[in-house]
Design a protein around this ligand. Structure first.
Ligand code: SAM
Length: 289
C-alpha cells in the first residue's frame, strides 16, 4: 500500500480528484512520514484501541492509524473528501468515516456505541481555526477517552503547558491542566505540510485525569473566576473580580481579606495564582454563599 503522505502521492491524489484545498476548513495535509510515525508512537496506539481522528483529510494520518489501531473512527466535515478517502483507504477494513462537523455531533454517544472493551484515544492533525473549542469540548464533554495527541499551533501548545509567571499562562492553561497532564512531544515546521501553514506547529499529548488534580466544590465558579481574572490580566485580582460582578458578589475589601487569609498579597494579579490557589479561592468564595 503506497504511503499517502509521501509529497508526490499527496499531490497526485489532489490533482487526480481535482480537489480544491479549503483554507476555511484549515486544510494543511501532512507530508512527512517520520512525523506521522512519531505521532502514532507518542500516542502509544495499539490494536486494543479505538482511535478517533478529527479531520482525516485525504487519509495520510488515517493510514498510519489503521495500521496501528484496532479501529479508527474518522470525522471529516468536507464532503468532497469522502469519495477520496473511500479510495485511498480502500485496503483497510478497520476504518469508519463519518461526514460531519465534529463540533455538532455527540461524540460521547458515538464512542459508546462502538468502543466495546477497547481503550479510546483521540489522535489528529487538527484544523487550527477550531483548536480550542475542539480540545475543550473533548475535555469537558467526552468522558470516555484516555488521551488526546494532536498537532496544533505551537503557540497554543505552549499556552497549554505553562504555569504562573510566564506570559503564555492563561485561562486555557488552567482549563487544560485541570482535566489533563499536557506534554509537548514534537515541534513541526511548516515545510512538513501541503500547503504550508503560516505558523509553526507542535504535537501535544494530553493524558486525561480520572480525577482532577485539585478538588473544588464548584468547578463552574472556579472557571468563572479564572475567566474574569484573565479577561483583565493587567488589573489586580481584587479589581478584576469586583469588575466582573460575579455571584456571589463580594466587595473589593472582602476579596482582599480572603487573599490575605490565603497568605497572598491583596495586590496580586490573577496570572500569579496556581490551579491549587484558584481551587482554594473558589471554595472560600462559595462557602460565603
Ligand atoms: N489529517 C489530515 C492530515 O494530517 O494530512 C488533514 C489535517 S487538516 C489540518 C484538518 C482536517 O480537518 C481537514 O481535512 C478539514 O477538512 C477537517 N475539518 C475542518 N473542520 C472540521 C470540523 N469542524 N469537523 C471535522 N473535520 C473538520
Amino acid at each position: 500500500m503506497p504511503d499517502i503522505s509521501n509529497p508526490k502521492n499527496t499531490r497526485d491524489i489532489i490533482s487526480k480528484h481535482n480537489f480544491n484545498i479549503r483554507k476555511d476548513y484549515g486544510q494543511n495535509f501532512l507530508v512527512d512520514g517520520n512525523i506521522l510515525q512519531k505521532i502514532i508512537d507518542s500516542a502509544e496506539v495499539t490494536k486494543d484501541d479505538l482511535v478517533i481522528e478529527i479531520g482525516p483529510g485525504i487519509g495520510s494520518m488515517t493510514q498510519y492509524l489503521c495500521e496501528a489501531a484496532g479501529n479508527v473512527l474518522a470525522i471529516e466535515i468536507d464532503k468532497a473528501l469522502i469519495p477520496i478517502l473511500s479510495e485511498t483507504l480502500s485496503s483497510y477494513d478497520n476504518v469508519e468515516i463519518i461526514n460531519n462537523d465534529v463540533l455538532k455531533i455527540d461524540l460521547d454517544e458515538m464512542i459508546e456505541e462502538r468502543r466495546g472493551e477497547r481503550h479510546v484515544k483521540v489522535v489528529a492533525n487538527l484544523p487550527y481555526y477550531i483548536t480550542t473549542p475542539v480540545i475543550m469540548g473533548l475535555l469537558e464533554k467526552t468522558h470516555n477517552i484516555e488521551s488526546i495527541t494532536v498537532m496544533i499551533q505551537k503557540e497554543v501548545a505552549d499556552r497549554m503547558q505553562v504555569g504562573p509567571g510566564t506570559k503564555d499562562y492563561g485561562a486555557l492553561s488552567l482549563a487544560v491542566q485541570y482535566y489533563s497532564n499536557p506534554t509537548v512531544v514534537a515541534n513541526v515546521p511548516p515545510t512538513c505540510f501541503i500547503p504550508r501553514p503560516k505558523v509553526g506547529s507542535a504535537v501535544i499529548r494530553l493524558d486525561i485525569y480520572r480525577e482532577p488534580p485539585v478538588t473544588v466544590k464548584d468547578p463552574a465558579l472556579m472557571f468563572a473566576l479564572i475567566r474574569a481574572a484573565f479577561n483583565q490580566r493587567r488589573k489586580t485580582l481584587t479589581n478584576a473580580l469586583t469588575n466582573a460582578q460575579l455571584r456571589p458578589a463580594l466587595t473589593k475589601e472582602a476579596l482582599g481579606n480572603i487573599l490575605t487569609d490565603m497568605g497572598l498579597p491583596d495586590t496580586i494579579r490573577g496570572e500569579a495564582l496556581t490551579l491549587e490557589q484558584y481551587a482554594q479561592l473558589t471554595d472560600i468564595i462559595s462557602g460565603k454563599q
